[in-house]
Design a protein around this ligand. Sequence first.
Ligand SMILES: Cc1cc2nc3c(=O)[nH]c(=O)nc-3n(C[C@H](O)[C@H](O)[C@H](O)COP(=O)(O)OP(=O)(O)OC[C@H]3O[C@@H](n4cnc5c(N)ncnc54)[C@H](O)[C@@H]3O)c2cc1C
Ligand SMILES: NC(=O)c1ccc[n+]([C@@H]2O[C@H](COP(=O)([O-])OP(=O)(O)OC[C@H]3O[C@@H](n4cnc5c(N)ncnc54)[C@H](OP(=O)(O)O)[C@@H]3O)[C@@H](O)[C@H]2O)c1
Length: 280
Amino acid sequence: MVEDNKATLTYTQLLKEDLGIFRLVPDDKVIPDYKAGQFLTIGMPVPGENNKIVRRAYSIASHPENKKCFEFVIRWVRKPFPGRLTTELFNAKEGDEVSWIKPTGHLTINDELPNGDPDTRRIVCIGGGTGLAPFVSYAQHLHDIGDKREIVVLHGASYVDELSYKQLLTDLENESVDRGADKWNFKYRAAISRPQEWFNRAWTGQTGRVEQFLRSKIGETSPLEELVGEKITKDNTMFYICGWQGTIDGTMDFLQNKDFVTERNKRQDGSYEVKFESYG
Ligand SMILES: Cc1cc2nc3c(=O)[nH]c(=O)nc-3n(C[C@H](O)[C@H](O)[C@H](O)COP(=O)(O)OP(=O)(O)OC[C@H]3O[C@@H](n4cnc5c(N)ncnc54)[C@H](O)[C@@H]3O)c2cc1C
Ligand SMILES: NC(=O)c1ccc[n+]([C@@H]2O[C@H](COP(=O)([O-])OP(=O)(O)OC[C@H]3O[C@@H](n4cnc5c(N)ncnc54)[C@H](OP(=O)(O)O)[C@@H]3O)[C@@H](O)[C@H]2O)c1
């Protein structure tokens, strides 16, 4: 039997009509322990359904060291029909009550290799849209614990105003430049998939869907390899991917022919180089 807890919606920030940042504080003010990359199940009553509680999973964008609140970045699903939970959430006000079920999920950071040695490989995170959320948690967590691995966060969005954590991630990269990569080694890049649209006219960065960071022409290096300054191999890089299934499939199209395997198809010795979570 799942246990529903109560929380208050303490902060909402609409980035645009259908994309928002939401914060929840449990009524007892205690944020339970969880791991970066896990999700919380949020429940709300739906008036059109006799106030039946509808529950959905949302990746936690805040990090386990933040003991003040849970934070999320959530899309209001409108097509083909308004989403049941997100419609209620986008109509809610600060101070409203929601229910939640404790964090869970497997899209967590691997610290060890199957043989028990520390995993010192570069971490590359690929987030499509709101699929960035777990990696915002990773970045803040790895920063707070002083992790020395190289971390690259790649975000894909259709429009520039959907680059939800651009400032936070840019600040983390600037800190890396200031302190030196031996102390904090962090890079953030974004790709805009609809560069031809007027709203995106000022965009000068990567274009196309986020997996294009891995694309290389024969004999050339990919934008990701340019960024990290070496060839990406399964011995030097671990990938984490979240978003649409198409983002995972598109990324694997580039990684499969480099002999990368996912956690779901791990080798007999337990090794793998790609972990992912998707919906839709
Ligand atoms: C592990 C995990 C983490 C997630 N994290 C996030 C996150 O961080 N941020 C985020 O925004 N989302 C996240 N999601 C997605 C989230 O859980 C919800 O699925 C999403 O918000 C939609 O919920 P909803 O109740 O509003 O929509 P639903 O009511 O479930 O509907 C979803 C869509 O399906 C359509 N639909 C529903 N029923 C039918 C039907 N019978 N026929 C045709 N179409 C139908 C609706 O019209 C709508 O377009 C995550 C999902 C998972 C599994
Ligand atoms: N932990 C999790 O499992 C988790 C966490 C958060 C979100 N999610 C899920 O991630 C998805 C992201 O939703 P969103 O509204 O945030 O995304 P979105 O804004 O619609 O799209 C984000 C990016 O993904 C591209 N994209 C859209 N459909 C795609 C497809 N089928 N294959 C490959 N790329 C595609 C878009 O390109 P175009 O501009 O070309 O459309 C855009 O660049 C949702 O399904 C959400 O529920 C899952």
